[in-house]
Design a protein around this ligand. Sequence first.
Ligand SMILES: [Zn+2]
Length: 324
Amino acid sequence: MTLFNNQTATTQRTLKQPITYVGIGLHTGKKASMIVRPATEGQGIHFHRKDVPAGTGFIPARWYNIVETRMSTVLGNEHGVTVSTVEHLLAALRGCGVDNAFIEIDGPEVPIMDGSAGPFVSLIEHIGTVSQDLTRHAIWIHQPIEVRTKDKFAIMMPSDMQRITVSIDFDNPVVGSQTLSVELVNEAFVKNVARARTFGFVSELKMLQRAGLIQGGSLNNAILVDGERIVNEEGLRFKDEFVRHKILDCYGDLSLAGVPILGHYYAHKPGHELNALFLEKLFDTYSAWSYISIDEYQQLMGQQQKVEGQDQNVEFADELEAKS
Ligand SMILES: [Zn+2]
């Protein structure tokens, strides 16, 4: 049974070799070069800012280090050093089955690349990953966990697969209401989610720029919507690229739990703030889940499948797409 991309293995994985990415930050507009290095087993994902005084730049990619969620997820440490827009890179690492990596960066923001996780995934797939000795664990959800803020909500439900469903509702004819559910197994992340780009509205551009945001935004790294029109000449990569990007953001943010979450995350109108609230609630509700090794989990699921006599491994996204 395959649980995740590259993850039939029950042990942790890291990169075969370091990967270098160079680009500008979406919000700061600052150029950064970033080297994603292999890391030893059990280390998890860490950022290391190289442009700050020695000993102050270390930031573990964990939920309790989230310091800002307004337009992107920003992580910070006790020295006040931050790294922003981490979500697409983290989604790529999780989606490619990388448990351990050490990310050196010489600026305050992860390069936005083309606004999706596609360029990160392409190089990770090109370089490849290697198996390590330590057992991989996951968070296994037993009971629903729910958070609400204004008209948004997220609920993590027990499920035998890692699945994310997102519904969005924008007062714009191009984006409008979209709902999609993706089971994050096999190639589903790479095929259905990774290449979906971030998006923005012409009507909000000036306000965001005045607030010092999207200084690096361009048609090369975001979909720009102007009323009923997509400004980008190439159009959309998927007809529902907007909701797919929201799934990407949720997946990246949820990876800040430190291990995969085996459950069904259903989020209505999600943003980074809602995802951060959910992670806080998750780690405040220990009775609702347990740490389990992938080994144990596969054995449990194997037994369950025998009882039910059916294959659980269905690509839900394609099914939904066919219906819409
Ligand atoms: Zn995003």
